[in-house]
Design a protein. Sequence first.
Length: 184
Amino acid sequence: MGKVCRKCKVEKELSDFYKNNYSKDKLGYECKSCRLIDTKKYRQSNPEKIKELNRSQYVNNRQIRIEKQKEWSKNNKDKITASRKRRLAKNPHYNRKWTLKKYGLSQEGFSEMLIGQFNSCWICGSKFNKLSDVHIDHCHNSKIVRGLLCSHCNTALGLVKENITTLKIMIEYLQNNKDGWKEF
């Protein structure tokens, strides 16, 4: 048993029609092929409407998308790990390229910074044993790259939220309490 498409007048299988809850047989009046042609024509002749519709749906469904993504990630940790391993096996420098792009650095600019810092942390001076030890420090407000740091120094700056006042108080604390606890 089939159905005749209203547009092309060809009898086709029921699976060749989209669902339509408003028709008697719960199937669309036009076959999928004809519907696709019409949809493509509409999209080509109304790009601004389509763009606006897509944007509003994207904005309105943001929270739903985020929740679905979190749920999927939670249930597919093994797939995510396997995918990362495959990507790194194919391109071991993928993460570094992505990081450089994120901070607007070229490979040459990164290498220049590394040489300029004598392959060591800008703050404590410890030598970098491998590229994965290098962290790109940047201002979180202006996004300007400040230098290359070791993990410890980068973490320390992050923990004090780059607050200069806090850092000054920490220095004063260390200087004044060498001999043990003192009252304020």
